[in-house]
Design a protein around this ligand. Sequence first.
Ligand code: TEU
Ligand code: CA
Length: 556
Amino acid sequence: MEKHWWQEAVVYQVYPRSFQDTNSDGIGDLNGITQHLDYIKALGATVIWLNPIYQSPNVDNGYDIADYRKIMPEFGRMSDFNRLLKAAHQKGLKIIMDLVVNHTSDEHPWFVESRSDRLNDYRDYYIWRDPKNEEAPNNWQSAFGGSAWQLDDQTGQYYLHLFSKKQPDLNWDNKQVRQSVFEMMRFWLDKGVDGFRMDVINLISKPAGLPDVKGKGQQNLAANGPHVHDYLKEMNQDVLSHYDVMTVGETPGATTRDAIRYTGFDSHELEMVFQFEHMSLDGNENPELGKWSTERVKLTELKQVMSKWQTDLAGKAWNALYWNNHDQPRAVSRFGNDQAKYRVISAKMLGATLHFMQGTPYIYQGEELGMTNAKFRTLDQYQDIESRNAYREFVEEKQLVDPQEMLTYLRQHSRDNARTPMQWDDSDNAGFTTATPWLAVNANYAKINAKQAMADKDSVFYFYQKMNQLRRHYEIIVYGDYQLLDPDDDQVWAYTRHLGNQDLLVISNFTERTVQRWYELSQRTDKIELIGNYPDDQEETLRPYETKVYLIETPK
Ligand code: TEU
Ligand code: CA
């Protein structure tokens, strides 16, 4: 098997807006990240992924870019970025940026030009169509509600926006668009950036003729379009292959087959992709409401999906392992148990279950502290465009749910659950800012914060630090083969890894019940316990949310 640095990496995702404010404006900034590089280094991460830091009107918190080569003023100046990059590299940390090129902001000069006149040189940088029977050109829906088409009076045509109407989709069929994007990528790579996370990169090629969708899910239709692999091979050929970089594509709706096409060791497109199958196992009870629901994930389905991704990609491509990010609820609230009694132990169990699988693990800021969903009580506490639009559409416009029911859904699935400020200590606003934070701090910050974690040898932080140390020590964690045990067990997720004469046995109890389980490998008297979160180990007993990782070496 080939070996690359990005396979041995551990990525720490920083959402700059909520990480650390250093100039008392209530908004996180680049200098705040520089200030905490030693914290990220101590955790044992080796790569930092920055969510977008470019000039933006912040309709979608930076995913609506108005200038790809300027830093968002709220986050600082280019000199602050240069200092951050230099300091990170000096500490042996790499930085990957967020590449958002399926769409721009409608305030980007390209779009300002494009919309000004049908004959403008930039007209074809975006996707314009005549009305069809005085209506939108097709029935696609925006991910943020409503039609994916906006009529522009200035020229009497509609433009496509798979997200907000202030995020017009770029026309990737236009070679000049591709060249402009590639030039911009070189600008950042020549500064020494170590790669990119690519926002909804599997949406960039739209199906010919832009046909109507049958049923819901316009994104799935626009996903993995006819030329997406041509464009990514061109991007790799023209740009990426000239640098030693790591790329991870965000590919909603991608199957393992798609992922192998995008990231196969011989595909020359991307190194890995974020898949979404395990993110869509809870939230199907109300089809007309999309992800908004109170459904909990079933362990057997979670095991089945994650194991499929392990076995389908084995030897062919590389997994990106994650439980949460800035778009998803906090892992311990969604997949574990965030009650005081079980929060820490279940956060550790989730960490071990994920990090001992094959792939590059991504730690979302605060996950290493066992931070929980914010569970805001009132609508006005939510800022996210997706949450606000969903409330307006489903409560006010369509009256499909009552306000309290929708607030319950928001408490479970709003993206703001992951975007509340990083909890550094128990001082005002968790040490995130001395001003009023742009989004309220989670009410539990006095108990859950980095300062408390660093002072507690049994904290989630030190558990993650230990897993990162083990990863550097045991090659089997990175390169071993994965095999699921007992697929039908709906309480315990057990799997093995195998490399050479070594085996790992990973056992996780996903319930608050003590259970008995017998595994052949756990009977081996020569086994070594790498991870155990209860002191007196009794092989067959699995206490609530207990996780155990054993290394077994069979003499050659
Ligand atoms: O998210 C893409 C995406 O699929 C989102 O619709 C996300 O899955 C959904 O909001 C979860 O409910 C990327 C970025 O990560 C997200 O922050 C941006 O809002 C979006 O693209 C548009 O750029
Ligand atoms: Ca600030």
